[in-house]
Design a protein around this ligand. Sequence first.
Ligand code: GRF
Length: 199
Amino acid sequence: MKIGILISGRGSNMTAIVEAVKNGLIPDSEVVAVISDKKSAEGVQKAKERGVETVVITRNGRTREDHDALIIAELKKRNVELVCLAGYMRLLSCDFVRAFPNRILNIHPSLLPSFKGLDAQRQAIEYGVKVSGCTVHLVDEDLDHGAIVAQKVVEVKDDDTTETLSARILEYEHALYVEAVRRIVEGNYEIVGRRVVFN
Ligand code: GRF
């Protein structure tokens, strides 16, 4: 399966997916492009070092729709069948979601539907939850809302700061995202209402 990955920053989840494709953990697949909306994203260099083609498309004052149209074109040109958002910091337009129906995944550093949006780990600390975690979900038109593909529970320790909790969750994100992509690529699932059911 041809995979495209969108990033805005560090790119550690992107790197985990690229490595998993390379070593066959995600079988019969190829990461055909890593697209960043930020020129300075660390992940761009990491993708290049791993021999993956990179494209930078900055917002540059464009509307969301116009910016997304450029990204959709780059993905379609390469026949991308699965889009993975990996720390991509922009909301997708409806056009984008419709261009890849049920074929866009995102990872979010909380147990959705808790703590949507920015700074999920800080929200978890401030709320005082004892467990948080990470979620891989299909992307729909609403923020951090689409059907859940996989979740991992991560303990919140009494002395955690946003930084220590973020680091602990991140360790689990990579494995969770790789496993979720593997299962979606394998294709042995149905979407029943909001539920992604694996057979
Ligand atoms: C991760 O915490 C991910 O859950 C969130 O953004 C962060 C991206 O980190 N959506 P990285 O760029 O993959 O290292």
